[in-house]
Design a protein around this ligand. Structure first.
Ligand code: NAD
Ligand code: TYD
Length: 348
């Protein structure tokens, strides 16, 4: 048996990673550690929570003594670290929380792993999940490669960049076996409706304004979350120690074009006239420090480890829209309470 600690497993991407590992690897004990912040939700894992190779622990990665105890109690052999504050807009309002969780939380985990493994690094791994946003913003041409210098602009990306540097520093300084991946924007089921795609699907359904930042001309590179989880599986098992792998599906969309695809898909499924919801588009003040374009080159991952995305974007978007429409109870649950307050502060 291998004991694998997955942090942030009750969040959007983490829940897909936990599900994949619990279902596919009965020889692993999966320990999901999550603080259950506004973004974490155990409903995301209802289908696997009773399986014998799965354990959930509620706890904060910022609490070093607690993390140390988890390593000892569960004899952790490997970590897949996803826990983070993850929303750029929130980082603009409250950068402290991002430094605390993303930098100090990561440092706590690194230090606990190093001390618990005590220089016996055989079959050990610390896998850190990061973002392409650490590379900064592109102009109209070019792609982020693993060698692109870090140039983060938002408090979120600055905190993720800092955590990546700590992870590499532990490899260089202590020989801690690490691997890092930097992925582009994800979409799919169980994403908290503060990020563009689930927020807009929900607003289109409810005939609410669609707050497009600036002119809607910023570009993002979108990957289906299940494909990200598959990439994490491949890198966890075959990635070379000390290396970084970019993850992305060569799938760039200008925000406004993507929003029109969402409108078309939701209107079609709800039986509305084609384009009826375009009237909901509402251009609002741009995000401060808004990165213009992200686009990732994932050639290394394809050529060295054989990973490729499994889905075309149109198919992924249709699946995603259907999931949100079929899971009203999930959406209602996560958008009650504090979400209303957040929404008012952000958009009204
Ligand atoms: P998310 O916000 O949906 O989930 C984060 C999870 O971490 C939540 O379950 C939350 O409860 C937990 N968490 C937060 N603070 C914690 C703490 N102090 N201790 C323990 N748990 C804590 O985020 P996500 O979108 O699933 O992102 C997961 C990871 O992937 C992050 O590290 C993020 O930077 C990275 N990433 C995200 C994307 C994306 O498009 N969403 C793209 C690339 C990389
Ligand atoms: P988001 O989903 O927050 O991801 P990120 O900023 O990490 O890339 O935003 C994706 C794009 O959509 C980004 O260019 C900002 C834009 N956006 C809006 O125009 N309106 C919104 O209400 C949100 C949340 C995002």
């Amino acid at each position: 048996m291998r004991n694998i600690l997955i942090t942030g497993g009750a969040g959007f991407i983490g829940s897909h990673v936990v599900r994949l590992f619990v279902n596919n690897y009965s020889e692993y004990n999966i320990v999901n550690l999550d603080a259950l912040t506004y973004a974490g939700n155990l409903e995301n894992l209802k289908d696997i929570e009773a399986l014998s190779n799965y354990t959930f622990i509620k706890g904060d990665i910022c609490d070093y003594n607690f993390i140390k105890e988890v390593f000892a109690k569960y004899s952790i052999d490997a970590v897949i670290h996803l826990a983070a504050e993850s929303h750029v807009d929130r980082s603009i309002k409250n950068p402290f929380a991002f430094a605390q969780t993303n930098i100090m939380g990561t440092l706590n985990l690194l230090e606990a792993a190093k001390n618990s493994w005590n220089n016996d690094f055989e079959n050990k791994l610390f896998y850190h999940i990061s973002t392409d946003e650490v590379y900064g913003s592109l102009g109209d041409k070019g792609l982020f490669t693993e060698n692109t210098p870090y140039d983060p602009h938002s408090p979120y990306s600055a905190s993720k960049a800092s955590s990546d540097h700590f992870v590499r520093a532990f490899y260089d300084t202590y020989g801690l076996p690490i691997v890092i991946s930097n992925c582009s924007n994800n979409y799919g089921s169980y994403q908290f409706p503060e990020k563009l795609i689930p927020l807009f699907i929900n607003n289109i359904c409810n005939n609410k304004p669609l707050p497009v930042y600036g002119k809607g001309e910023n570009i993002r590179d979108w990957l289906f979350v299940n494909d990200h989880a598959r990439a994490i599986d491949v890198i966890f098992h075959k990635g070379k120690l000390g290396e970084t792998y970019n993850i992305g599906g060569f799938n760039e969309w200008k925000n406004i074009d993507l929003i029109k695809v969402l409108i078309k898909t939701v209107d079609k499924i709800l039986g509305r006239e084609e384009g009826a919801s375009e009237k909901l588009i509402s251009y609002v003040k741009d995000r401060a420090g808004h990165d213009y374009r992200y686009a990732i080159d994932s050639t290394k991952l394809k050529e060295e480890l054989g990973w490729e995305p499994s889905l075309q974007f149109e198919e992924g978007i249709e699946k995603t829209v259907k999931w949100y429409l079929d899971n009203n109870a999930w959406v209602d649950n996560v958008t009650s309470g504090d979400y209303q307050k957040y929404y008012k502060e952000m958009y009204e």
